[in-house]
Design a protein around this ligand. Sequence first.
Ligand SMILES: *Cc1c(COP(=O)(O)O)cnc(C)c1O
Length: 401
Amino acid sequence: MQDDDRRLNPGTRLVTAGRPELVAGRGIVNPPVWRASTILYESVAELRAGTRKPDDGLYYGRRGTPTQWSLADALTELEPGAEGTLLFPSGVAAVTSVLLSLLSPGDELLMVDSAYEPTRAVCNGMLKRFGVTTRYYDPLIGAGIAELIGDKTRVIFLESPGSLTFEVQDVPAIAAVAREHGIATVIDNTWATPLLFPALGHGVDISILACTKYIVGHSDVMMGSATAGPAHYPALRRTAMSLGQCVSPDDAYLAARGLRTLGVRMRQHEEGGLAVARWLAEQPQVARVLHPALPDCPGHEYWRRDFAGASGLFGIVLDGGDDAARAALIDGLDLFGIGFSWGGYESLALPVDPAGLRSATTWQADGPVVRFHIGIEDPADLIADLERGLARFESARHRRS
Ligand SMILES: *Cc1c(COP(=O)(O)O)cnc(C)c1O
């Protein structure tokens, strides 16, 4: 990559990053899909030379082809300060591989209490079995994290904002404390992507994306990535190779295709998400809106200070009502799908129950939580749909009280 490329604005880098070079003065816009397991050599001598330098060009399908490298390079170019990016078959595979690359038996991990549920499951299951202790911390702890650091602490894991309850963390403060103590920091940056929050630039060592969400952007591919600076990239690469992590060239092609339009999609997700969130904030059935760009969201001040914008995922706390009243709201929505994942072009609504997913903090709220992903539809249509939904919630709530 040219150093000059990193001086371009992020919106331009989305277009230029990782693109194929001209061959003999001619070229195509996108990299071809190179499907391969076996790579053929001209001679035994060439094969042996290849074995000595397996990272130098085509070697074996598991190590990728120009299709996957193009996507990995593009993600690296979006993170100033990054050395390289590894691709994984899912976001969870990226989380697990990064943690395995940094932790050994006897080590301690500090994990944010608002973490994505499967991330907690990795800590409480596999890592525990391997002798790694996890201590959960309050997402709003900031520089106070220093008090939790012990002799055995090796990694601090952040997720900002949390993808269920949306607390925004003071990432630079936590990263600075970690650096002082020689502790690695990892962030799950799926909500913002490097476009809205270049995590390495804010002092984090490794930035993970569930590319499944906004990078792919069309709800049709599972993928994860981890982008690291020079201090952590080599070990991460060795771990990923030991675990046999790789992605198909077809999936890499789709993810790269999604990446090119990330900028325009994010602007639409932000605009639509804010229009819907602001409308919801004024409805009597809504106790609180948990949107990082709105003042009611814990850590909103850090969002204002550190982020270049908002994506389309946020939550609301309903004012009273039970699970059935919440279901009455969600079930009848015409334009919102009911399902896991998010980051596609379409809107989604999901019941969320954070209380059982906490150990360092407690979740208290006036009513049940609904998480919305706002797609790129016209927000006026989404609002009309939600207006009918809140009316259903209202009558279900009254029937019961
Ligand atoms: C979806 C998600 C993941 C996991 O990604 P998968 O590709 O579904 O495995 C990790 N972190 C966050 C915040 C997510 O939303």
